[in-house]
Design a protein around this ligand. Structure first.
Ligand code: FMN
Length: 194
């Protein structure tokens, strides 16, 4: 990796991991670095819950599958396939659950969320340099209150996602993105904000 720009360009979401273990200490170290690189010095409120032991991964996979089973698609899924999904999920080397404090006002809550997301993106970039890949997961089955209660969300918190992580053997191809131009308006020009 020879530059910041190539690191940003080359990082991909990783969905297939090899069997190498991902230690809690390693993830904590990366998080310390990511936190220390944030633009805003301090104040944001969010927390991380790490699921890395086999027992924790089994519990998380069971909760995810239970939530998925209670969906339209999940009800159609043959038992065998569902068991194979569960096994695959439990085999993910480590998972980082992120809960963000809602804040005392909408503004504080939104700032907390934005800061947490920036930190998670930095974490993904720092991890990429070590060939530690991640998938930021916010699938519908993770959004259900029953699932979030199981993984320990508190009243004042909102859920930012789970970062599944592991070392990877193969880098997938990138996906098509929304072009910045499609989001662009200029103040004062026709069609733009007045
Ligand atoms: C906030 C956020 C939520 C995401 N949620 C999901 C998700 O629920 N399921 C999924 O497969 N990928 C999810 N992703 C990963 C994106 O789909 C991924 O960024 C996209 O595939 C582009 O690939 P890249 O990360 O390799 O550039 C999420 C990414 C972000 C930043």
């Amino acid at each position: 990796m020879n530059s910041v720009s190539s690191l940003i360009r080359e990082r991909r979401s990783i969905r297939k991991y090899d069997s190498r273990a991902v230690g809690e200490a390693e993830v904590r170290e990366l998080l310390e670095q990511a936190e220390s690189l944030r633009g805003v010095p301090s104040g944001g409120r969010w927390r991380y819950v790490f699921a890395g032991s086999q027992q924790a991964r089994d519990r998380l996979a069971a909760a995810m599958m239970e939530s998925f089973a209670d969906s339209k698609l999940g009800r159609l899924l043959p038992k065998k396939l569902s068991e194979s999904f569960r096994k695959r999920t439990a085999a993910i080397p480590a998972n980082l659950i992120v809960f963000v404090h809602k804040g005392e006002s909408r503004e504080t809550g939104e700032n907390n969320f934005a800061e947490a997301c920036c930190t998670l993106q930095t974490l993904q970039l720092l991890a990429w340099e070590r060939e530690l890949g991640m998938l930021w997961d916010t699938e519908p089955q993770l959004q259900k209150p029953a699932f979030q209660a199981k993984i320990g969300i508190e009243n004042e918190e909102t859920f930012a996602g789970i970062l599944h992580m592991g070392y990877f053997a193969k880098v997938p191809r990138g996906r098509t993105r929304t072009r910045a131009e499609e989001r662009w308006t200029v103040i004062g020009k026709q069609g733009g904000a007045q």
